[in-house]
Design a protein. Structure first.
Lengths: 82, 156, 156, 82
């Protein structure tokens, strides 16, 4: 299994991809995943911004939420619907 | 008590949606609605709406359910478009029926305020000189926070 | 900036009135509406609305003008029926278009709240056992007073 | 000339008429007219209730407003539109 990472809107443009898959890292949480992505690619720095929200398996979730093998983590810029 | 939410690319007719809410439930003396539409200006050619399929519908359903619960609505409706829209085209319709006016009006305000900050939609503006993602308006968070803290209810 | 008010006996179509407000003014991103309709219950057979011809139209015009002035609306509409209406039929439609949602929503609430206490209409309920004049609801005065004192504006 | 008096809704039912005309009484105001009508006919007592509003020549007016010859004074129960 693995972690599926999704990027939306401005973050998708920034990352140059809508989706990527990485190996699961035992014990990692949402915030840790963002840090790991930034360490790997400085273009990911925006993921650390506090306005970026995480949706983990279809639910808005805090960065402190532990990730399970098979999770889908979406990085979302501030919503602007309506 | 009925809730209806939908995300669609097709243009909708706000009047038909309002008519579907009126005269249906004889216990409801009040129907309120809000329609958001593409505002012109700043050289805008078109607006493009992106969303997170599945999650968006779930978020809208929860918002409508919460409005029905808080204000004992007869019906609550949220229709939101995605894709590309020209200036003047409707983007979103929110409507509520209730026994009395205050409930219908407040529930409608609540749904559109919360939708702005809790449903994963993103707007991109296309102008003649390029395109850019829209930043949320500064007051949006405050409006949603006030409802979530219950402040607005007490001023009704 | 356009104001449209009307008192009529004919039934109106709330959806058509909303459609007439949407997609018309490209500077307006928001349209809000309120529709009041005859609520059933207590053996109600029909509602009868009486008014003070001439004075009513003037009162509605002032209310709409004031809403346009306070919230810089694109358009403001008030249509109110008089005469006899069956359960479920529309009584009143209030609508506003504005650049942003808060203005459209607040102006709509303002117009219906003020109309209740400042426009000379009177409701009579016909039931199977007789008919009686309707007393205003206890909260109506407070809602209008809050707007007139400007309190509601500050909680926006 | 004279004063034209109009009654609406429940007050019309109470007074048994929609309109009546009386001679102008120099110096009288809206409240004074109500008192004069009550003195003439006890059925008019409801006109004194503070919830009854006066519309004088198409304008909501205080009871203290002086009446001019030719004025139309409407006695109105609390409005209940909308």
């Amino acid at each position: 299994m693995a972690l599926t990472i999704r990027y939306f809107a401005a973050l998708r443009d920034r990352m140059g991809t809508a989706e990527s898959v990485v190996d699961h890292m035992p014990g990692i949480n949402g915030g840790g995943l963002a840090e790991w992505l930034i360490a790997r690619d400085p273009a990911a720095e925006a993921l650390a911004h506090p306005s970026v929200r995480l949706i983990i398996n279809d639910e808005i979730a805090p960065r402190s939420q532990a990730l399970q093998d098979g999770d889908t983590i979406a990085f979302c810029p501030p919503f602007s619907g309506g | 008590m009925a809730v209806s939410v939908k995300v669609q690319t097709e243009r909708f007719d706000a009047g038909a949606l309002l008519d579907a809410l009126t005269g249906r439930d004889s216990s409801c003396g009040a129907v309120a609605s809000f329609t958001g539409q593409v505002r012109g200006g700043d050289d805008l050619v078109a607006l493009e709406l992106e969303h997170y399929p599945g999650v968006t519908e779930q978020a809208l359903g929860r918002i409508a359910d919460e409005a029905v619960r808080r204000w004992s609505l007869g019906e609550a409706v949220i229709i939101h478009r995605v894709g590309r829209m020209a200036v003047g085209e409707p983007i979103v319709f929110v409507g509520a029926s209730a026994p009395h006016r205050r409930a219908a009006l407040e529930a409608t305000s609540f749904m559109i305020d919360i939708l702005k900050t809790q449903a994963p939609f993103w707007k991109r503006e296309h102008t003649s000189s390029g395109s850019h993602w829209v930043e949320p308006r500064p007051g949006d968070d405050e409006a949603a926070s006030a409802w979530l803290a219950g402040e607005k209810e007490s001023t009704a």
